[in-house]
Design a protein around this ligand. Structure first.
Ligand SMILES: NC(=O)c1ccc[n+]([C@@H]2O[C@H](COP(=O)([O-])OP(=O)(O)OC[C@H]3O[C@@H](n4cnc5c(N)ncnc54)[C@H](OP(=O)(O)O)[C@@H]3O)[C@@H](O)[C@H]2O)c1
Length: 339
């Protein structure tokens, strides 16, 4: 079967690199067009990119030439799906333009997440949100589907099977890796041997996005902290529920959260995996799982008074970014039959 031609916008950044890695041998999609900032136009990807992923670049993506950001050229090349890994300020004008041009955009940028007709989609948590593309004019027009901010993705997945108990309050502290700030990102002077107790806009994003994704309205208390770790965001969470919930209930809910036969190549069978080891999870497991980096790991469940606590770890650039977008595009193709 012929593959669907896709573009990666912002292919050289931290998130863009994950797109390139995951799309290099994707069963449904093939990379047809890639862009970065203007200085790289005409350069071969393998020679131009500063590769930060902890494994080797696929040979097949090395010779791909970085193109000018030109919507007509993308259309002429047969691109239907656009994966966006642009900085938010660039995405703010570029993504509506791409949509008006008829492309199907799967974006990591925060620029359009809070528009009513734009889904913040996580297939295992809110597949039904995909229907919103019709409010944007699909099938006559293009659309934008976003994925959540990276820490919110991990939190939303861990909470998805717990929503049935009535989540009244969420307190979350995040310990976020430096890849979350992109490449080159933070200065090594600022983050080496240090911890920074503030990440601009992050706490507000968690509060807004968790409510939109899970259609719940709890009180949310968040602190976001940058830590000197390369990949993987750790989170500590305390919840209060309407129902009387115990440690065993939470562990069973995660265990029974199985997405059988989703048919999506990038979906894990079990999106949340719990381990009772007291030292679990850790960011060094960020690329564990099948598919790699797509599983959220949880641990240390405990109850005190009426609160239930646990830890989680999400790969911020895979499940929390490019991998999540690819999974969303797969869900769209499966549901609306573009193939
Ligand atoms: N990192 C994460 O964990 C994460 C998670 C979720 C969402 N996000 C979001 O995903 C997006 C990308 O993040 P990132 O971490 O990959 O950022 P990044 O490492 O800074 O990469 C940005 C990409 O956009 C390109 N670019 C920069 N300025 C541009 C311009 N004016 N026109 C066109 N392209 C331009 C860059 O090209 P050059 O390399 O040539 O500069 C690079 O390819 C952001 O919106 C971010 O908020 C990131």
């Amino acid at each position: 079967m012929e593959k669907i031609k896709v573009a990666v916008i912002g292919a050289t950044g931290a998130v863009g690199q994950v797109f390139m890695w995951m799309l290099a041998d994707h069963p449904w999609f093939e990379i047809e067009y890639i862009t970065a900032s203007a200085a790289r136009i005409g350069q071969q990807y393998g020679n131009s990119v500063h590769w930060v992923l902890p494994f080797e670049m696929e040979n097949i993506i090395k010779p791909i030439v970085i193109q000018e950001y030109d919507l007509a050229a993308m259309k002429a090349a047969g691109v239907q799906i656009v994966f966006s890994a642009m900085p938010a300020d660039v995405a703010k004008t570029a993504e509506p333009e791409l949509r008006d041009y008829g492309f199907y955009i799967f974006s990591n940028a925060g620029a359009m997440r809070y528009e009513k007709s734009v889904p913040i989609m996580i297939p295992e948590a809110n597949m039904e949100s995909l229907e919103l593309i019709q409010q944007q004019g699909y099938p006559e027009k293009g659309f934008v589907v976003t994925n959540a901010n990276c820490v919110t993705t991990g939190l939303a997945l861990a909470l998805a099977p717990l929503v049935k108990h009535g989540i009244k309050e969420i307190s979350v502290s995040t310990y976020q890796s430096v890849s979350g700030a992109g490449y080159p990102g933070l200065s090594s002077f600022d983050i080496t041997d240090n911890v920074i107790p503030y990440i601009a806009q992050e706490e507000e994003k968690i509060e807004k996005e968790i409510k939109k994704i899970l259609s719940i309205d709890p009180d949310v208390y968040a602190y976001s902290v940058r830590v000197p770790v390369m990949f993987g965001h750790l989170e500590t969470v305390w919840l209060t529920f309407e129902e009387d919930v115990n440690v065993e209930d939470i562990i069973r809910d995660w265990d029974e959260f199985v997405i059988e036969e989703s048919g999506l190549p990038s979906s894990p069978l079990k999106p949340v995996v719990y381990d009772p080891d007291n030292t679990f999870p850790q960011p060094k497991y960020a690329f564990w799982g099948t598919p790699r980096g797509m599983v959220v790991y949880t641990g240390r469940v405990k109850k005190k008074n009426n609160k239930l606590g646990f830890t989680l770890m999400v790969n911020n650039i895979v499940k929390g970014a490019a991998g999540g977008s690819i999974q969303n595009a797969e869900a769209f193709v499966q549901r609306y039959g573009l193939r």
